[in-house]
Design a protein around this ligand. Structure first.
Ligand SMILES: [Zn+2]
Length: 504
């Protein structure tokens, strides 16, 4: 490369992808001025000013003559200030203010302040994963180091200032590496589940739901603990494997968010006023929505009929394909969205004032209210159950925290059995496969057949009963599905949607 020409590598961000971008600088003679090619018009001026100031305020010289900075490939959508650092490094290299011997072993990511310090950017983890695949040194802002930590990789080099970056490029082996403390390995147990008073049936349903990742819907008057049950559910789920934790952390990284405990399943509870992009993703640049932020965990929709039906309808695709696709004129991106849907609703539109004995809502009002939840969503729900009002005795009882260790262990081994058997949890078992492979005993099969005829269950409901019964058997654990498992699974069709959720 000619002396006044240099290049530094960086990474763009397109959803979960981080394609490599080369930042080339030519520092020549001619009228003073800087031209930036390959960035959107609006971003150019700001980037140019930041880079120039950062270089000068770090004690280096910004070239006097003509400077051309080119970000390639040109047709790649590039946004934000994430290329500042690579631009500065490239300028310093082109003007011999930086050791270029090993520059091609490096990639750089980060925004620069006018004073020359590095500011965090989104998508660091996604970029670090792809940079690692190329066996490069990857320089990131210090504040992004915690997320990169999950990689457990010494090639990620967090830096605080441009000066520190220049030192590091000359001698990467002497960089202290990832000295940032990792996120705490074990969350202090929040202990919600063990303090829920009464509601034994609902708690059992929650445990079954956790064991098979079944979508579930809780129906009951306000104040009976539906929200508490949903919030407590992640406590029953075992800690995540490193690979899954990394995948989830990448989604948060793409959203510019940092998770508290990477190894606990995510729990997201968007408000019912949430917009479509907030739920399934979107924005000026591809940003994951709640469906993806709940990947590997729980998406809790409280007061489900209060969500805009159009927004709820958008969840159909991720529920079906387990991916949220965002298509805009400017881009197309996809984020993983394998969430467990947990819904809660009142039995009638005036749930705040009605109870089962005083409800005066007309059946037409009740029906219109329930119909706000799209049928295809209800079709995906394996477990529907009542969370009834508590008796006066139960209400006055003081919560005595119970140990949930046994419950968590049962869920853990049930999940292990499922993944060993079919490489996914029972919720994702196709209906036909469930029917063909479920190890029902003869009496269990007989009970199921009788129930199907007696309750005139649809084929879909029939498959759901088998899947839930299988999870119940896995919890026990039992290699066969017995009558008692089917009977319990059938109890979750008691509030079958087809029969409506009539109150009183
Ligand atoms: Zn009512």
């Amino acid at each position: 490369m000619p002396e006044d020409l240099a290049a530094a590598a960086s990474r763009a961000q397109l959803g979960m992808q981080s394609p490599r971008v080369m930042v080339e600088t030519h520092a020549g003679s001619g009228l003073p001025g800087t031209t930036v090619v390959g960035l959107p018009e609006t971003a150019v001026r700001e980037a140019r000013d930041r880079v120039k100031s950062a270089i000068r305020n770090s004690g280096f010289k910004y070239p006097e003559g003509r400077v051309v900075i080119n970000l390639a490939p040109a047709d790649l959508a590039k946004q934000g200030a994430r290329f500042d650092l690579a631009m500065a490094v490239s300028v310093l290299a082109a003007t011999n203010q930086l050791d270029t011997t090993r520059l091609n072993e490096f990639e750089f990511l980060g925004e620069l302040s006018l004073a020359g310090s590095l500011r965090p950017v989104s998508g660091t983890l996604c970029a670090a994963i792809q940079s690692r695949a190329q066996r490069n040194w990857f320089v990131v802002p210090y504040e992004n180091a915690a997320e990169a930590h999950l990689l457990d990789d010494c090639s990620v080099l967090p830096c605080r200032t441009l000066t520190e970056v220049v030192r590091t490029v000359a001698d990467p082996e002497h960089h202290p590496g990832l000295t940032v403390l990792p996120p705490p390995a074990i969350d202090p147990p929040p202990g919600l589940f063990g303090t829920i008073v009464g509601q034994q049936a609902a708690k059992r349903a929650i445990q079954i739901g956790a064991a098979g990742a079944h979508h579930l819907l809780m129906i009951g008057p306000p104040g009976t603990g539906k929200t508490l049950l949903a919030r407590a559910m992640p406590e029953l789920v075992p800690r995540l494997e490193a690979e899954v934790a990394l995948e989830i952390a990448s989604i948060y990284s793409a959203a510019g968010l940092v998770r508290g405990d990477y190894f606990r399943i995510p729990f997201r509870d968007p408000h019912h006023s949430a917009s479509a992009p907030a739920i399934v993703g979107g924005g000026r640049t591809p940003t994951p929505g709640e469906a993806s932020l709940a990947h590997g965990g729980v998406l809790f929709l409280d007061e489900m009929p209060h969500f805009a039906p159009a927004v709820l309808n958008l969840l159909r695709e991720p529920l079906e394909s387990r991916v949220a696709t965002i298509a805009r004129t400017a881009y197309r991106a996809a984020f993983p969205a394998r969430f467990q849907l947990v819904g809660a609703m009142n039995p009638c539109p005036s749930g705040r004032v009605c109870d089962q004995t005083t409800c005066r809502c007309t059946s037409a009002q009740i029906q219109a209210y329930q119909n706000r939840i799209p049928g295809p969503l209800i079709d995906r729900v394996d477990l529907q159950f009542w969370v009834p009002a508590l008796s006066a005795d139960q209400l006055t009882a003081l919560p005595v925290p119970e140990s949930i260790t046994g419950l968590v262990e049962a869920v853990e081994q049930a999940r292990r059995r499922q993944t060993a058997r079919q490489s996914h949890l029972n919720a994702d078992l196709p209906g036909i496969e469930a029917r063909r492979k479920a190890p029902l005993t003869q009496t269990a099969h007989k009970l199921l057949t009788t129930a199907v005829e007696g309750f005139s269950l649809s084929a879909r409901s029939y498959h759901k009963v088998i899947k839930v019964a299988w999870t119940i058997a896995d919890l026990e654990p039992s290699d066969v599905i017995r009558e008692v498992h089917v009977a319990e699974a059938l109890s979750f069709r008691a509030v079958d949607w087809e029969n409506r959720l009539g109150v009183g």
